[in-house]
Write a protein of this length. Structure first.
Length: 278
C-alpha cells in the first residue's frame, strides 16, 4: 500500500474504521467513568482532501464523498457525519478528520488521548494539530511499542487502535503480537485492529492466529467493495475488536449491509462474526 495515510484519507476503509470508532466512543460515553484512547500509528490527525496527496488518488470520492451526498442515513452514522459537517461548514467537502481528531472531538473532558506517530514529519504535524488540547499527549516512537509502553492506563477503561501502514510482510503477525501484549497488560482493553483485505491466503493465517490470541472475545467486521478475488487491489477492509461493548454488534449488523450497498465499487458485501465467542 502507498503510505502515508493522506493518500487514502476518507476512502471506504477510513469510513468503516472511523464510523466504528465513533460508535465505540458513543457507547463508552453511556458511563461517566473516563477512558483513555491510544493510537499506535496515528498519522497527522487532519487531512485536506484537496491537497496534493489526497488529490493524486482521489480515493475519498468513493468513500466519504458518497456518504456526503446521502440524504437519509442510519441514525448510527449521525455522530460521524456531524463531525465532518462541522469541519466543512460551507457545505463543500474538503477537510477530513483522522482517528486522532475524531477521538479528540468525540471524547469528554475527563477522557485522555495518547497518540503515537513514528514518521518524523507526520509526528510534527500531529503535535501541531493537537497542541491546543491539554488532554492529548503525542509520542514519536515505534508504534509496535505502544501496548507495553502505555498500558495499563490510569483509567480503568481503554481503547487501543492498531492501524499500521502494512508496508512490510510481517505486519499482520505483529498485529497479533500487539493485541496479545495489550490484553496481557490490561485485559479489559478494547483493542481495534484494522487490516486490508487483499491476499486471502495471508488473511486465513491471520484469522487462525487471532483465534488463538489472548483476547477474551473477538468480533470480526469486514466491508467488501469488490469480490475478494484479486490480491493486487484493496478489495475491502476489516476490523477485529476485542472486548466490544454491548450494543456494538447489533449496530454493525444494521450498518454493514447499508455501507456495502452504498460503497460498492463492483460488488459489495460484508461479514460480521465472532472469531472468539464469549
Amino acid at each position: 500500500m502507498n503510505y502515508r495515510h493522506a493518500f487514502h484519507a476518507g476512502n471506504h476503509a477510513d469510513v468503516l474504521k472511523h464510523l466504528l470508532l465513533c460508535r465505540l466512543f458513543a457507547l463508552l460515553a453511556r458511563k461517566e467513568a473516563p477512558y483513555a484512547y491510544l493510537d499506535s500509528h496515528a498519522g497527522v490527525g487532519l487531512y485536506d482532501l484537496t491537497g496534493d496527496q489526497a488529490s493524486r488518488t482521489g480515493e475519498w470520492r468513493e468513500g466519504i464523498g458518497l456518504l456526503w451526498q446521502e440524504q437519509h442515513v442510519p441514525a448510527a452514522l449521525d455522530s460521524y457525519l456531524e463531525v465532518i459537517r462541522a469541519m466543512n461548514p460551507d457545505g463543500l467537502l474538503r477537510h477530513y478528520p483522522g482517528s486522532p481528531e475524531l477521538a479528540r472531538l468525540q471524547s469528554r473532558e475527563q477522557d485522555r488521548l495518547q497518540l503515537n506517530e513514528k514518521h518524523p514529519e507526520d509526528g510534527r504535524l500531529l503535535k501541531e494539530n493537537m497542541d491546543a488540547d491539554p488532554r492529548v499527549a503525542v509520542h514519536l516512537g515505534e508504534g509496535w511499542h505502544v501496548p507495553r509502553a502505555l498500558l495499563p492506563t490510569r483509567e480503568k477503561r481503554a481503547v487501543l487502535l492498531i492501524d499500521p501502514p502494512f508496508e512490510k510482510a510481517d505486519e499482520l503477525e505483529r498485529c497479533v503480537t500487539a493485541l496479545n501484549e495489550a490484553i496481557g497488560r490490561m485485559r479489559q482493553t478494547i483493542v481495534v485492529v484494522w487490516y486490508p483485505i487483499k491476499d486471502e491466503r495471508q488473511l486465513r493465517r491471520f484469522y487462525r492466529d487471532m483465534e488463538k490470541s489472548a483476547a477474551p472475545k473477538l468480533l470480526r467486521a469486514e466491508l467488501f467493495v469488490h469480490p475478494a478475488d484479486d490480491a493486487q487491489r484493496l478489495n475491502g477492509s476489516g476490523l477485529l475488536i476485542s472486548n466490544p461493548p454491548w450494543g456494538l454488534e447489533e449496530e454493525l449488523r444494521e450498518l454493514l449491509p447499508w455501507l456495502a450497498e452504498r460503497l460498492a465499487q463492483s460488488k459489495g458485501s460484508w461479514r460480521l462474526d465472532w472469531l472468539i465467542a464469549e
